[in-house]
Design a protein around this ligand. Structure first.
Ligand code: ATP
Ligand code: MG
Length: 375
């Protein structure tokens, strides 16, 4: 495939913070960017050359995108895979609609992960109440998750007994779900892989992730796990990308169990919140990788330049009619603030993040927590 070079126009479906950081990377490299997002205040719009303010399934907007963009990618998985297949008839699209469709359904996602030879928590497809009449003991205590449209822990119910599972299934409206065994987690980590259509891949260093109320809170790199375990997580991410013949940037979330074994939780067919540390701490960041792989260029080097802690900034931190107090954070020479340009701060809404680079992950974490407390 011929490489797509600047100043070609690149398109992105979705104008949230991931689209914004994609657009910033692309424009820095000299590309032009078209964003499709129905929100006139979409964070990516400020960084785009063209903002198509239309629904994601708007035929005219999609056709215009397909005709004007040399290549198109997506920043979120809930875009209609059919829209992506439509676009693929007009221009280059990566990742493929098929890969996005797999990742947007926990059932197909888990089947693919297992088919690639990688472990998941024991799981059961629940598409009808009768599926819960079976012996559920391998999956209990467990978590019932809707197959589609879950994020940040939404659409999930923890269940201890078969009765609770049946009640939760009814509560979730009887939509297709996965019942998976609740595992005792030692840690959660993630790997982000960038892969080209020629199967050249680069995997970023493993991030150790902690969550608050089901939302990513802090990522720490290098993860505080044995180097051999980190290597096998990177290897597994790469194998999964190969199995999917994935083109673009993909994130793989893992559970580390008490016995130091790795279990795949889920994949995201896009850059990932846990990869925001790469913006300041790696030779190439995950959005540059997204641009490069989309354009048919080799992935850049993913090497870590410094240990780093990434802290998410949620809307909860914003006072009414004001902003957090940035004074101390902005004065720290090894801290980097990234704000997404969202006007309205709502609880749980991702408003920005900051990266702190220090001599070790532990020191980066301690300083990041101290800085967070000043906000
Ligand atoms: P996100 O969008 O933040 O990735 P999500 O809605 O897709 O979240 P999951 O990643 O499936 O949801 O689960 C959210 C969190 O719940 C996980 O990061 C983990 O902490 C916990 N969790 C999920 N599944 C299990 C499990 N089988 N055993 C133990 N904990 C789990
Ligand atoms: Mg998750």
């Amino acid at each position: 495939m011929k490489a797509i070079l600047p100043p070609s126009m690149l398109g992105i479906l979705g104008g949230g913070q991931l689209g914004r950081m994609f657009a910033a990377a692309a424009r820095t490299m000299g590309y032009r960017v078209t964003v499709l997002d129905p929100d006139p205040l979409a964070p990516a719009a400020a960084f785009a050359d063209v903002h198509l303010c239309a629904p994601f399934d708007d035929a005219d907007a999609l056709t215009r995108m397909g005709q004007t963009c040399a290549a198109i990618t997506t920043e979120f998985e809930n875009v209609d895979a059919e829209s992506m297949r439509h676009l693929a008839r007009l221009t280059r699209v990566a990742p493929s609609g098929d890969c996005v469709a797999i990742a947007q359904d926990r059932l197909t996602e888990k089947r693919w992960i297992n088919q690639a030879g990688l472990p998941t928590a024991a799981w059961l497809a629940v598409t009808a109440a009768s599926d819960l009449a079976a012996d559920l003991s391998p999956y209990l205590p467990g978590i019932l998750k809707t197959a589609r449209l879950g994020y940040d822990g939404k659409g999930q119910a923890r269940v201890r007994t078969a009765e609770e599972a049946r009640a939760a299934f009814a509560d979730l409206g009887g939509q297709a779900c996965v019942l998976e065994k609740m595992l005792a987690l030692k840690l959660e980590v993630s790997a982000i892989v960038a892969r080209t259509s020629q199967a050249q891949a680069a995997v970023f260093p493993i991030a150790e992730n902690s969550h608050k109320d089901g939302i990513l809170d802090i990522s720490l790199v290098p993860a505080r796990i044995a180097p051999t375990l980190a290597d096998s997580a990177r290897d597994m991410a790469r194998r999964l990308a190969d199995a999917l013949d994935y083109v673009g940037v993909m994130a793989v979330e893992f559970f580390v169990l008490e016995d130091d074994s790795l279990v795949v939780n889920e994949i995201a067919p896009r850059p990932h919140n846990s990869g925001h540390y790469t913006l300041d701490a790696c030779v190439t960041d995950q959005f540059q990788q997204q641009v490069r792989t989309l354009c048919g260029l080799l992935p850049g080097k993913p090497d870590l330049l410094s240990p780093v802690a990434m802290v998410n900034l949620l809307g909860d931190l914003w006072p009414q009619d004001g902003t957090p107090n940035w004074d101390v954070l902005m004065e720290a020479p090894n801290a980097h603030l990234h704000l997404y340009g969202k006007a309205e701060a709502r609880p749980g809404r991702k408003m920005g993040h900051f990266n702190v680079l220090n001599v070790s992950a532990d020191e980066a974490l301690a300083q990041a927590q101290a800085l967070y407390d000043t906000l």
